[in-house]
Design a protein. Structure first.
Length: 301
């Protein structure tokens, strides 16, 4: 027998209109005309024999039936999208290990190492997605996260990877003209600011005990990756996490100055959402980190 199913285009129009409670915004969302959305929903109501929307003055509101139908249709469309993506991938989404991490850490620490895990477990597809410390890990669908912080995330288990250490770095040519033996004079010394981590200079000054003059200023950049590139280009001195610039230091592009690295009070952590703790792929990744000597000996609940 033929299934009792409305057209997919009508369901998409209804889903968008229900989420926005607006035909106009649904039209913008789906790149259709407002009249096109209205026609699709009218056809859907006729097909179902049920009113889904009604007008209350100038406002568009869902009927009780429309509200219930919208909740079910959203889940159905989400599932349809998921299985369609699975078909393109050639596998189920939950067969992969989904790793969430911050952009600079992922690019500079994770990617140079993840090949070893993939070689050890060729049967596990790996996906890396960008998240931050405020991301709802369960909602993001990640199996594990690699994040900087103090080790406390809701509804998750954490294992410390390593402490973050900060130091000041600059290009060799720039440092040849700067006296790094005395107090820091921010009025004359070219510095770089990381807008994503605006307190880096203050954190380093407190931890190092250095005295300074003037207000901290200089070229302001949006994130660590750009700050590193600017430092290599000789545009100023930057406070940077040492683990992010090992490659540039080894190549002689950056030189550490103003003393040894200092602890900033934060660490990098393996964060596992509670509902993913017992997944086999998560266990393999955690064991790989331990065998690689990355994790420290003190886990945190």
């Amino acid at each position: 027998m033929r299934r009792f199913l409305p057209s997919l285009s009508a369901l998409q129009a209804f889903d968008s209109a229900a989420r926005h409670v607006s035909f106009t915004r649904a039209a913008e969302d789906l790149m259709l005309t407002q009249s096109g959305i209205s026609r699709q929903i009218g056809n859907l109501e006729t097909y179902l024999g049920v009113r889904l929307f009604e007008r209350v003055g100038s406002r568009l509101v869902l009927t009780d039936a429309g509200r219930s139908y919208a909740a079910d249709i959203e889940q159905t469309l989400d599932r349809l999208e998921e299985v369609s993506i699975d078909a393109v991938r050639g596998r189920r989404a939950n067969a992969a290990l989904m790793i969430g991490t911050q952009a600079s850490f992922g690019a500079r620490w994770l990617l140079p190492r993840i090949g070893d895990f993939m070689a050890a477990h060729p049967e596990i597809p790996v996906e890396v997605v960008e998240i931050d410390t405020e991301t709802d890990l369960a909602a993001a669908g990640v199996d594990v996260a690699l994040l900087r912080g103090l080790g406390s995330w809701p509804n998750a288990r954490t294992i410390e990877l390593f402490e973050e250490r900060l130091a000041v770095f600059g290009a060799p040519d720039l440092l040849s003209g700067i006296d790094t033996s005395g107090d820091i004079d921010f009025a004359t010394m070219p510095t770089l600011q990381n807008a994503h981590r605006a307190s880096l200079w203050l954190s380093w000054l407190r931890a190092s005990g250095r005295t300074f003059n003037g207000a901290i200023q200089g070229l302001r950049l949006p994130h660590s990756e750009m700050a590193i590139r600017a430092a290599v280009e000789g545009l100023g001195l930057a406070v940077l996490p040492t683990h992010l610039v090992a490659r540039e230091v080894a190549a002689g592009q950056l030189v550490q100055c103003f003393g040894e690295p200092v602890r900033c009070g934060e660490s990098y952590w393996l964060v596992i959402p509670e509902e993913r703790v017992n997944r086999i792929n998560v266990g393999h990744f955690r064991s790989w980190l331990r065998r690689a000597g990355v994790t420290v000996s003190r886990p945190a609940a």
